[in-house]
Design a protein around this ligand. Sequence first.
Ligand SMILES: Nc1ncnc2c1ncn2[C@@H]1O[C@H](COP(=O)(O)OP(=O)(O)OP(=O)(O)O)[C@@H](O)[C@H]1O
Ligand SMILES: O=P(O)(O)OC[C@H]1O[C@H](OP(=O)(O)OP(=O)(O)O)[C@H](O)[C@@H]1O
Ligand SMILES: [Mg+2]
Length: 301
Amino acid sequence: MSTDISEPAPSPVLEPESHAAMLRIAVPNKGSLAETASEMLHEAGYTGRRDPKDLHVIDPQNEVEFFYLRPKDIATYVGSGALDVGITGRDLLLDARMPGAREIEQLGFAASTFRFAAPAGRFSEVTDLEGARIATSYPGLVDAFLDEHGVAADLVPLDGAVESAVELGVADAIADVVETGTTLRQAGLDVFGPVILRSEAVLIGAPTDAEGMETLLRRLRGVMVAQRYVMVDYDLPAELVDAAVKIAPGIESPTISPLRDAAWVAVRVMVPRKGVNQVMDALYAIGARAILVTAIHNARL
Ligand SMILES: Nc1ncnc2c1ncn2[C@@H]1O[C@H](COP(=O)(O)OP(=O)(O)OP(=O)(O)O)[C@@H](O)[C@H]1O
Ligand SMILES: O=P(O)(O)OC[C@H]1O[C@H](OP(=O)(O)OP(=O)(O)O)[C@H](O)[C@@H]1O
Ligand SMILES: [Mg+2]
């Protein structure tokens, strides 16, 4: 057998001829969104990066390419058409003011509100901010909101830790992400005025869907269904089916199967994970027995 090292053997990996048709997906590389976004893509069957330093990963089996980018930059890449879709925060999408990028789907994690805050008693309405200095790392978002309310204020753009800006004297108020409110409390600030925005992680894309987008969307929806719902099985006297279906109607319609005892049926239904114990109690109370709850690992509805 020849051992000619100048002619490498052809690669056994069958890669598609061109990467041009692959869906190009922007994924947060750091920060609050990164871990859950990558977990969700993994649950959806995609092969992401193994090394946290990787910037670009190709998943030929699923015909997608991942680009790991700063969450703040993702709307710019997608809105300019450089990438097809991305995962980012709604607040970051709106802050980027890119008409070429739109929200496609809510992804159900990283929920927060975007609020004004200041030392107690200094401001109470958005109109009180006329002429004030407002520190924020979301100047596009805040500017649009103030414009909408006819308020002219001076924005002080900062990269992060904006809660310190008032104490340090560079601003009179701040506008920032609030999740638990702990950071504001520790900085001695109170929220005031209207909720500027309710945000969460979202899938964003161009105004018209790229090829392959539908598959990604269906897979991500499947992951969300698996997270939000459980499967409930129970046995029930047949005449009680209508009452039971009122308690747990399922997404489309429960599956009813006959049992050997013709007076009883077996019912299988998807129930929101949150509140499943109340549903079980209510089913038991009307006469359901052998009520079993199992996890759903994945779904296509
Ligand atoms: N404490 C939080 N809870 C929930 N979501 C958050 C929180 N902080 C930021 N987010 C969301 O995460 C996104 C911002 O992520 P990004 O990675 O840019 O900032 P970060 O998590 O503050 O990281 P960094 O350390 O780079 O500032 C926004 O959509 C924001 O709403
Ligand atoms: O309401 P809370 O639960 O306290 O969360 C909100 C805080 O979390 C984020 O800050 P992060 O820790 O990312 O630091 P940063 O401000 O430097 O981005 C955000 O900017 C707020 O400061
Ligand atoms: Mg931050």
